[in-house]
Design a protein around this ligand. Structure first.
Ligand SMILES: Cc1cc2nc3c(=O)[nH]c(=O)nc-3n(C[C@H](O)[C@H](O)[C@H](O)COP(=O)(O)O)c2cc1C
Length: 360
């Protein structure tokens, strides 16, 4: 696709995501089927709660990553500046949007690089689409990584979006071989992420076997790329597949029970309670996209407010269930009911393991 077309498409996506209803309509994340056990007798003071964690060897002050979103067009510069500033100020991670657009167009490099300029100490994740891997030369991969002095490279899977968009690329040929090659070629960890349709355990195992260092499930229940493409092009396919995908909580449980590498929960993670549930289910961090984008459109004050609120919600949740640390969260019982439980049982997962966790 010509560079100016990619640029226009990216700018359209940003506008649509900010201004239109692009989230799942019928399908939910499954977090609503997961409950903690409330403790009426608190065991510690709320200010004793510790949220620091390590992700792929990097210290995060909070286990939160701003999801991959933007870059590659003029409007992206300001968004990445604000998101980078927020990440640096709070000690959270940040993903950049697909860097394909800047490979052949040096004018666009700054729209990504700005994030590193304002966030010199932040865990930054470079980004490229899986379909591009087969044609990418080693020096191009290096260019993507060096552009933001990335700490990790995310390869995104978006076969849903590609199959319904007008100019979609539906050749994911040799994906696992290409992934394996990339993991051996580059010196930073590779993360494989979906973009809102989730990852099942069978695929997670193949991704792990390809030498990948972490998986971001990006399940269904949050931003729907079918919806975005439907709104952008009016394609009937987009409307029909609006709610397609594996709910985030289901995908997370399938992945954490099947692979040993770290797993990020994303796709409709919206509140501190969702974050607590994700961590308790075994996620090593969460990633949030759409709410950060919409807050950034309003400015730094709204961005800080949103992040302060979800951190506070996470702390209150931990206080109410007696978890002083993220490690504690992983040991506390969870009750999984409804569709999420049904799905997992049908797929052969032991849902009782969560409720049988000891409580004191
Ligand atoms: C405006 C926008 C642009 C995005 N662009 C990318 C991208 O370039 N690369 C990528 O891996 N994911 C991209 N995503 C997907 C997100 O990283 C994330 O997987 C998805 O939005 C689900 O998370 P959410 O429900 O919190 O938004 C984008 C999301 C949004 C909202």
């Amino acid at each position: 696709m010509p560079d100016d077309k990619i640029e226009n498409r990216k700018a359209d996506h940003l506008d649509i995501c900010i201004n239109s209803d692009v989230e799942s309509q019928v399908k939910t994340t499954g977090f609503e089927d997961i409950s903690f056990i409330h403790r009426a007798i608190p065991k510690f003071k709320m200010d004793e709660i510790k949220l620091e964690s390590l992700f792929l060897g990097y210290r995060l002050k909070y286990p939160i990553i701003i999801g991959a979103m933007t870059g590659g067009h003029s409007k992206a510069l300001e968004f990445n500046r604000k998101l980078g500033e927020l990440a640096e100020e709070y000690g959270i991670g940040m993903g950049l949007g697909s860097q394909r657009a800047a490979l052949n167009n040096d004018r666009l490099v700054e729209t990504y690089r700005i994030a590193r300029e304002v966030a010199p100490n932040t865990f930054l994740i470079a980004n490229i689409g899986a379909p591009q891997l087969s044609s990418l030369k080693s020096f191009e991969l290096e260019k993507i990584i060096n552009m933001i002095s990335a700490n990790a490279l995310a390869v995104h899977l978006n076969c849903l979006q590609e199959s319904i968009q007008l100019e979609g690329e539906t050749s994911f040929c040799c994906l696992l071989e290409n992934l394996n090659k990339v993991t051996r070629e580059i010196s930073i960890p590779v993360i494989v992420k979906e973009t809102g349709a989730g990852i099942c355990w069978e695929d997670a195992k193949k991704i792990e076997e390809a030498g990948v260092s972490a998986i971001d499930v990006s399940g269904a229940g949050g931003t729907s790329w079918s919806a975005v493409e439907y709104i952008r092009g009016g394609s009937e396919l987009g409307r029909i597949f609006w709610d397609w995908g594996i709910p985030t909580a289901v995908s997370l449980i399938e992945c954490v029970n099947s692979v040993k590498i770290p797993v990020i929960a994303s796709g409709g993670v919206r509140t501190g309670i969702d974050i607590a549930k994700s961590l308790s289910l075994g996620a090593n961090a969460v990633s949030i996209s759409l709410p950060f984008l919409r807050a950034a459109a309003k400015g730094m004050h709204t961005l800080r407010n949103y992040l302060d609120n979800i951190i506070q919600q996470l702390k209150v949740t931990m206080y109410l269930i007696g978890a002083k640390t993220i490690e504690d969260l992983r040991k506390l019982p969870l009750i999984i009911t409804g569709k999420t439980s049904e799905w997992l049982k049908l797929r052969g997962f032991d849902v009782a393991q969560y409720v049988n966790r000891k409580i004191d």
